[in-house]
Design a protein. Structure first.
Length: 313
């Protein structure tokens, strides 16, 4: 029986492992289906993690030392996908890909979330090189420069507002003439002089060269007219898939309470509605979707796990 099973080896899972093992738990395994590191390993740079100020380092370089530090105190890594977690009595069962079953006293789930792609030409090619899904991460690279935002939901308009305080102009491209975002959010955006709404339009193509994105072509769906928007960064906010599959039970329900968008409901201690089950990082409600906050969540969850196990003893 594991003291603690951690599912996911991004910043939240690795930090949870560090705090759990350094805090004295002996039997802690992190189940990460790939190499540990998480989403940030796809980034070409990271500028907003306090204490890390090396511009020539990629997200992969950045996470390399995390692994060394986190495994130093005894955290074990199983490179396996967890299919499902259930709870029977006081303990949890993890069902791994391939049929193996593992029992654990506590579980911290940190499987992250994945921004959806819109599917236009050049999106994948220039992802991380001018096409971004994170305004907090990359907005500053466009200080006093124009940017384009794709999407018409709450995230797109909230992030457009955030960007409008940094960038010279924000062009919001939305495929319909009605916005999905809440009316107060739309009102706030419409009051900003430097946000321009381009409706009934999609991104036809993102183009550039070896140095990254040079611009985007915007197509008006009613007139088929193409507008070339040169020298812009592109932020895509067309929804997120929360990686919550591990919490899905055989009958289709979730093991713990979730909100309407599939995010795990936690309190300030990262406790879910199920005793002994914690969630941390991008998959939880109101996640800022930042490395620093995912790591913070992981530490909080691990400290709570230690306290919970002490109470059980
Ligand atoms: P993730 O990092 O998503 O890690 C989840 C892990 O769980 C993954 O490794 C995945 O393989 C694993 N997993 C999922 N399901 C299973 C399963 N069933 N079984 C086993 N393992 C599983 N943030 C910043 O603060 N600054 C930045 O500059 C920045 N730039 C970014 C650039 C890019 C291109 C991207 C994509 C993200 C960026 N972010 C940045 C956001 C940051 O990466 C995330 O907020 C952070 O990684 C979330 O950490 P997490 O541990 O919650 O989840
Ligand atoms: P969302 O509500 O699903 O909106 C996605 C937007 O992207 C929609 O406007 C959609 O257009 C557009 N879109 C989807 N696929 C596209 C494609 N391939 N090409 C071009 N456009 C595309 O996603 P979200 O904004 O991330 O929000 C997710 C959930 O979180 C929502 O329920 C939202 O209310 C909630 N949320 C709430 C808050 C808040 O309360 N403060 C903040 C953020 C998010 P259509 O409108 O035409 O479908």
């Amino acid at each position: 029986m594991l003291d603690c099973a951690i599912i996911g080896g991004g910043p939240a899972g690795l930090t949870a492992g560090l705090y759990a093992t350094r805090g004295g738990l002996k039997n802690v395994t992190m189940f990460e289906m790939g190499m540990p590191g998480g989403q940030i390993t796809q980034s070409s740079e990271i500028e907003n993690y306090p204490g890390f100020f090396e511009h020539d380092k990629t997200g992969m370089d950045f996470m390399d030392t995390w692994q060394k530090q986190c495994f130093h105190f005894g955290l074990k890594h199983e490179m396996k996908k967890v299919e499902r977690v259930t709870k029977t009595g006081e303990h949890f069962t993890l069902y791994l890909e391939g049929g193996e079953e593992i029992e654990a006293l506590t579980v911290i789930t940190c499987t992250g979330s994945t921004p959806k792609r819109a599917g236009f030409k050049g999106e994948d090619e220039f992802f991380g090189k001018g096409v971004s899904t994170c305004a907090t991460c990359d907005g500053f690279f466009y200080k006093n420069k124009p940017v384009t935002v794709l999407g018409g939901g709450d995230t797109a308009l909230e992030e457009a507002f955030y960007l409008s305080n940094i960038c010279s102009d924000v062009y919001v491209v939305h495929r319909r003439d009605e916005f999905r975002a809440a009316p107060p959010t739309l009102d706030r955006v419409m009051r900003k002089d430097n946000i321009h709404l381009i409706t009934d339009s999609v991104i036809e193509e993102a183009y550039g060269g070896v140095m990254g994105l040079d611009g985007v072509k915007i197509k008006n769906l009613k007139t088929n007219e193409i507008t070339d928007m040169a020298n812009t960064g592109l932020f895509v906010f067309v929804g997120h898939n929360v990686n919550n599959g591990v919490l899905k039970q055989e009958d289709g329900s979730f093991l713990c309470d979730m909100n309407d968008w599939g995010q795990v409901i936690v309190d300030l201690s990262m406790k879910t509605s199920i005793k002994g089950l914690f969630a941390a990082g991008d998959m939880r409600i109101q996640a800022p979707k930042q490395v620093v906050s995912a790591a913070g969540d992981g530490s909080v969850a691990a400290l709570q796990v230690i306290a919970y196990i002490q109470e059980l003893a």
